[in-house]
Design a protein around this ligand. Structure first.
Ligand SMILES: O=C(O)c1ccccc1NCC(=O)[C@H](O)[C@H](O)COP(=O)(O)O
Length: 227
């Protein structure tokens, strides 16, 4: 069964909606170092995570600063930490060791630019997306997340990635791969078929007004994932 995560949770009623619809994991964006509509303080994230029942994984979506990532993880003790910025493999490897020591698994995002299709990274990386994926896998991450990024948004773009590239990463990375970027109830089945990912992840495709989940869209998305 394909693992399904819904990200950008900001309100208690959205926790209830997603859990009621059978989600596997919920993502909480915490003190992300860019202006995104789904950003939470640690205190607000703690309140919302406390509403998540056992059996549904809590993912803290964070980025960049090593010390801040570690401190957020220590304060919230999520099931997974999702590194969603420009963490280089050395920093990632260090964080993996420290987070695993806290019993927390690590997701690393690989972000593809919506205009050029290129893997966006501030660091010199091996030639192909697959080589970069392996680089991070060797750093010890538990899951890689293939996502899109735009000039305006570091995530939550509502735009799809090249599914052939995602498939190549999934086939060769050596760790489970989650597919994100522009997924909706009407395209997620085909995307799963094309990429055969471990899981899928969504924000825009299940929202009404930005920051608020639409219960019908949440249910339709999860029904489509379950086939
Ligand atoms: O969810 C966010 O707001 C967010 C903010 C900063 C960094 C990462 C973030 N989330 C990443 C995800 O896991 C999303 O599910 C992913 O970007 C998909 O978004 P969408 O294309 O809108 O479905």
């Amino acid at each position: 069964m394909t693992w399904a995560k819904i990200c950008g949770i900001c309100h208690p009623e959205d926790v209830a909606t997603c859990v009621g619809a059978g989600v596997d994991a919920l993502g909480f964006v915490v003190e992300y170092p860019a202006d995104v509509p789904w950003n939470l303080t640690v205190a607000r994230a703690r309140e919302l995570m406390a509403l998540v029942p056992p059996g549904v994984e809590r993912v803290a979506v964070v980025g960049d600063d090593h010390g801040r990532v570690l401190s957020i993880a220590g304060e919230l003790r999520p099931d997974l930490v999702q590194l969603h910025a420009d963490e280089d493999p050395r920093t990632t490897a260090r964080l993996v060791g420290e987070l695993h020591g806290l019993g927390i698994r690590v997701v690393k995002a690989l972000r593809f630019d919506v205009d050029s299709g290129r893997l966006l990274t501030a660091h010199p990386v091996p030639g192909t997306p697959l080589a970069t994926a392996r680089w991070y896998a060797e750093a010890g991450v538990d899951i890689l997340l293939v996502d899109s990024v735009s000039r305006d948004r570091p995530a939550g773009t509502g735009r799809t990635v090249d599914l052939r590239v995602a498939r190549a990463v999934r086939e060769g990375a050596g760790v489970p791969v989650v597919l994100a970027g522009g997924l909706r109830a009407d395209n997620v089945e085909a995307a799963i078929e094309a990429v055969q990912p471990y899981g899928v992840d969504v924000i825009s495709g299940v929202e009404g007004p930005v920051g608020h989940k639409d219960p019908d869209r949440v249910r339709a998305f999860l029904a489509a994932v379950r086939g």
